[in-house]
Design a protein around this ligand. Structure first.
Ligand SMILES: [Zn+2]
Length: 92
């Protein structure tokens, strides 16, 4: 009998994307797309606690639960404030 994998080492695939209004404009949205799988057996990990969505301005996960999308911004431009109940735009 084969011992089940204990899932203790991981491979992370991360891509940072940007969106701009025109080719010569500075990007105005950044987001990271993440996938994680077990390095030992290859089983994909699912993200927990994220809403299923395809938005680029709030953390979310796709229908499979295996692909997370996290908004980013340069640290010098402040950060989004997260009050109870969700995100709100603002500079802190
Ligand atoms: Zn594993």
């Amino acid at each position: 009998m084969v011992k089940p994998c204990s899932h203790e080492q991981f491979l992370v695939e991360a891509h940072v994307n940007k969106d701009r209004t025109s080719l010569d404009a500075a990007p105005h949205h950044y987001w990271m797309e993440l996938k994680v799988r077990c390095a030992m057996c290859g089983e994909p990990m699912t993200f927990e606690g994220l809403a299923e969505d395809s938005a680029i301005d709030r953390p979310c996960v796709d229908r499979s639960g295996k692909n997370a999308r996290l908004p980013l911004r340069p640290a010098g431009k402040g950060r989004l404030v997260m009050p109870m109940g969700g995100f709100q735009r603002g500079v802190v």
